[in-house]
Write a protein that binds this ligand. Structure first.
Ligand SMILES: Nc1ncnc2c1ncn2[C@@H]1O[C@H](COP(=O)(O)OP(=O)(O)OP(=O)(O)O)[C@@H](O)[C@H]1O
Ligand SMILES: [Mg+2]
Length: 474
């Protein structure tokens, strides 16, 4: 519960701005891909238009035997209508030229050969024109209309470039407008469909986490049937579960506190009684001598019970503190504490590989084994099986490691079986509190594992199944 609290991002810093930016970027990218061929086509048809005038002029030139004899006025008009400085007509190795009266001197001449019409060269030509500086002269080459004739026009590149720039500007404006309109439309749609509901969920989760005892913060799910609708309904269910669990927990905690107080006083009273009984035991009276030991053990039991209840109450919800621990010595220690080591009758065997190392909370896991081994010893002591023994073994599967604690005692009594792992309920033993197995299971589950009772014809076996990921590879 220590995780930092998150803050909801502003209207345009979260999902929405990413969405708008992505949509606009994609549309503009698509526009560029479409723009290049269309610009190339625009230039090609512009050049074709000029060439057509050139071809008409060529037809005139073809018809007259001597170009020089043509009136100057006519040739000038032909040239200006094509916007050209000069027109050259070539046919069967001969060429004829008309040019403007004012002489011109081209510095840089670029050739636009309109007989080459593949898309890459058209695009390259268009880019060349667009990025060239002003002042170049364009030489447009194309086929004439008769046989293998050829027409050439010489003209300034400027008008073409200016028209192409204007065309590009237009496309740019239209593209931006399309991108903006689409982005806004998609944004509105996405806002309505996703962003708004996700923000509502996020806001609700943030608010609920701050005050989970406030039932009015439980989200009211909408009637949507899609994934978001499912999330809303599940969240509502989770929040109401959490709300009632918290309330229940608070009540239990209050009750527990009261029990702990009563229990604490009880234990103190019992301890005073124990002191008294110890003194009574020193009296010489034979009757007292006979009864005193029973009084002492009864009081011992009562104090033990009060103590373990107090311990359980103090059992905090502490997270396991994980560190690599050798399992074999851990179990040896637990067996020693459970008074199994050096026991006069019960034989204890620890079959755990000395090299086995697990990443666990050694105190908590030691407690699990202590409880299991103590139960086994108590069961064996209370029964009269021949050659009583307790053993611990391990087995590994693809994803888990199982540690089994088994004995050859009388097996679980029915009362214990019915309330297995239930605190205060599971005890079927005089003087038992019924906490051992409950605590053992809690600890195992906090480690991501499970504690299972394995039914078998003779004796008792508990399996501790831990995820294999806890094993430290050697
Ligand atoms: N190895 C076993 N063989 C036979 N019975 C067992 C064995 N382990 C547990 N039991 C039975 O299960 C009951 C519950 O065990 P658990 O450890 O939870 O409580 P407890 O031993 O009675 O009390 P506590 O451990 O809190 O002092 C025991 O009372 C006992 O009857
Ligand atoms: Mg026990």
């Amino acid at each position: 519960m220590t995780a930092e609290r998150s803050v909801l991002p502003g209207r345009f810093s979260g999902l929405s701005i990413k969405l708008i930016a992505t949509i606009m970027a994609v549309i503009l990218l698509v526009e560029i891909v479409v723009y290049l061929p269309s610009l190339a086509n625009y230039r090609a048809s512009w050049l074709d238009d000029r060439l057509r005038v050139g071809v008409v002029a060529a037809r005139v030139l073809d018809a007259v035997p001597d170009v020089m004899a043509l009136p100057r006025e006519l040739t000038d008009r032909l040239l200006t209508s094509a916007g050209a400085y000069a027109i050259v007509y070539r046919r069967q190795g001969q060429s004829q030229l008309i040019e403007l009266a004012d002489p011109f001197s081209p510095d840089v001449v670029v050739t636009a050969d309109m007989r080459q019409r593949d898309l890459p060269s058209l695009i390259m030509g268009a880019l060349d024109t667009l990025f060239a500086g002003p002042g170049r002269t364009l030489r447009i080459v194309g086929e004439g209309d008769i046989g293998s004739s050829q027409v050439e026009l010489l003209m300034s590149e400027r008008p073409l470039r200016q028209e192409m720039l204007a065309y590009s500007r237009q496309i740019g404006i239209v593209s931006l407008a399309i991108a903006a309109i689409t982005a806004v439309a998609l944004y509105l749609l996405a806002s309505y469909l996703f962003i708004y509901p996700v923000r509502r969920l996020t806001q609700n989760i943030l608010a609920f986490r701050q005050a989970p005892e406030n039932a009015s913060l439980v989200i009211v799910p909408s009637a949507r049937r899609d994934e978001i609708g499912i999330v809303e309904r599940e969240l509502a269910a989770m929040e109401s579960d959490l709300f009632s669990m918290l309330r229940q927990r608070r009540h239990l905690a209050d009750l527990g506190l009261a029990v702990a107080k009563i229990n604490h006083d009880l234990r103190n009273t019992l301890t005073s009684a124990q002191l008294l009984s110890d003194q009574v035991a020193t009296l010489d009276d034979p009757k007292v001598q006979r009864l005193a030991p029973r009084l002492v053990t009864t009081l011992d039991k009562a104090i033990g019970f009060a103590q373990s209840v107090l311990d359980y109450g103090r059992e905090t919800a502490a997270l396991p503190v994980l560190a690599p621990v050798a399992l074999r010595p851990l179990i040896d220690d637990a067996a020693f504490e459970a008074r199994l080591v050096g026991h006069p009758h019960v034989v204890f065997s620890n079959g755990v590989d000395a090299a086995l190392i697990l990443t666990v909370d050694s105190n908590q896991l030691g407690r699990v084994f202590l409880n299991l081994l103590k139960n086994a010893r108590e069961a064996l002591e209370a029964s009269n099986v021949a050659a009583p023994q307790v053993s611990v073994t391990t087995a590994e599967s693809a994803d888990s490691i199982t540690i089994s604690v088994s004995d050859n005692g009388p097996g679980l009594p029915p009362r214990a079986r019915d309330n297995l792992f239930v605190a205060f309920e599971g005890s079927a033993r005089a003087g038992g509190t019924g906490l051992g197995l409950a605590i053992a299971r809690e600890i195992t589950e906090a480690h991501g594992g499970k504690l299972v009772f394995v039914d078998q014809p003779q004796g008792t076996r508990f399996d501790l199944v831990l995820p294999l990921s806890l094993r430290v590879p050697n």
